[in-house]
Design a binder for this molecule. Structure first.
Ligand code: AKG
Length: 419
């Protein structure tokens, strides 16, 4: 997720907030409050590696806002993690939860490691110590972590166990995205990809089109890109190219996604070398002619440098922040539909919310119900964004931001300033 050196992710997040604030005519005090995270925590994580060496890692958790409810957001293990990036992503979570109408604030956490370079035992020790250091800052009504890049249900189970052992009793609600065995929700693993499929389907429907036969390019074939590819393929779309970190594959009449999933599963999650398809680089993949482009992996992928080569008619931001502000303006001027991240990739946090609600009520739903409830929240948010965009004559990103920021600002004004 390395950002080009000249792009500061937190400055970028603040400029979106500023634009929304200007559009909403927010007062300077509210803007000032919303542009600062409420709490920033960095802890030292001393870990004994398998070879006996001791290494000290830095673990971050940024709690941007709890104006609407407990902090919520993922934990990222990736070499490019920085406090600035985590702070930007925490702010994004605040607007995302508000936009979806779920009663959470926003947070994000991360450790700058490449999890592939650590053994399972080392990852478990890192995760447990990180959780233990954050013990007073998290909790089912305080701050609820979830998986993000480089983490999964496995890490959430370790976090849940560490928290529970420390407080002396089982607390499944301290994390979401956990395994079913400890109170996870059916449908959580595919949720972000499913949400992307739903938003693309709705946006195409507004243009009088359906998913069937659409030529779709997806950057990323992990939790999000892989699930989106599978669901779009099932809906009849042609997935003409996908990629993983090491490169991509292109097949203009449409890849066999089930076969590709099987291939990636036995090739260390890589799609490179998939028979019949042509190899393509991650950079070239973004410029393929297609109906829908879905960047589902990295930040700042479409910038001023490559935006003029992008040929897609519609772009759905399945990753957080894959298009820079400047590139977005150029795409908008060209009439390309950009479905913004805080809407397009919200399916994950929506099902996290449904998981938390199921846990708090000790009642578990079947997958059909989970998917149905999620779909309703996603479709509702989509229509609100479209309506806001028409009402305010702004692009979909600013429409989504004004809705999210506006709801938090209203709650801030109603709650008032203490003391
Ligand atoms: C994201 O939407 O980027 C998240 O980190 C959400 C994680 C969750 O709470 O499910």
């Amino acid at each position: 997720a390395a950002s080009p050196a000249h792009i500061c992710p937190f400055d970028q997040a603040c400029s979106y907030l500023e634009a929304a604030g200007k559009e909403l005519k927010l007062d300077q005090g509210s803007l000032e409050i919303l542009s600062h995270p409420r709490k920033v925590v960095t802890v030292s994580i001393p870990v004994k590696l398998d070879n006996g060496e001791v290494r000290v890692l830095a673990g971050h958790r940024v709690q941007h806002s709890d104006i609407l409810g407990p902090y919520k957001g993922g934990i990222r293990y990736h070499p490019a993690v920085t406090l600035r990036e985590v702070s930007a992503l925490a702010m994004l979570m605040t607007w995302k939860c508000a936009l979806l109408g779920i009663p959470y604030g926003g947070a994000k956490g991360g450790i700058a490691i490449d999890p592939q370079l650590y053994s399972v035992g080392e990852l478990e020790r890192i995760t447990r110590r990180y959780t233990s250091e954050l013990i007073k800052d998290i909790g089912p009504s305080v701050d609820i972590p979830a998986p993000d890049m480089g983490t999964s249900a496995r890490e959430m189970a370790w976090m849940m166990d560490t928290y529970s052992v420390n407080v002396g009793h089982a607390v499944p609600g301290v994390v979401t995205g956990k395994p079913l065995s400890v109170g996870g929700s059916l449908g959580r693993e595919m949720a972000t990809g499913r949400g992307v499929m739903i938003i693309v389907r709705e946006a195409l429907a507004d243009q009088g089109k359906s998913l069937a036969g659409m030529r779709i390019v997806i950057q990323g074939f992990g939790n999000v890109g892989g699930a989106a590819a599978e669901l779009l393929y099932k809906a009849g779309a042609k997935i003409i190219a996908v990629s993983t970190a090491t490169g991509g594959v292109y097949y203009p009449t449409g890849l066999d996604i089930p076969a590709l999933k099987t291939y990636a599963a036995v090739n260390r999650k890589s799609v490179v070398g998939f028979p019949q398809a042509a190899p393509i680089s991650n950079a070239d993949l973004l410029t393929l002619p297609c109906d829908v482009l879905i960047p589902a992996a990295l930040e700042n992928q479409i910038t001023e440098e490559n935006v003029n080569q992008v040929q897609a008619q519609m772009i759905a931001e399945a990753a957080n922040g894959p298009i820079t502000l400047e590139a977005n303006q150029i795409l908008e001027a060209r009439g390309v539909t950009v479905l913004p991240d805080i809407l397009a990739n919200a399916g994950g946090v929506v099902v996290s919310y449904l998981e938390w609600v199921q846990g708090l009520s000790y009642l578990f739903w079947n997958e059909q119900r989970v998917n149905h409830e999620m779909e309703q929240l996603m479709v509702q948010a989509y229509h609100q964004v479209i309506q806001q965009s028409k009402l305010r004559q702004v692009n979909l990103r600013l429409a989504a931001y004004t809705l999210g920021v506006g709801r938090v600002a209203q709650a801030l004004s109603d709650r008032g300033l203490y003391p």
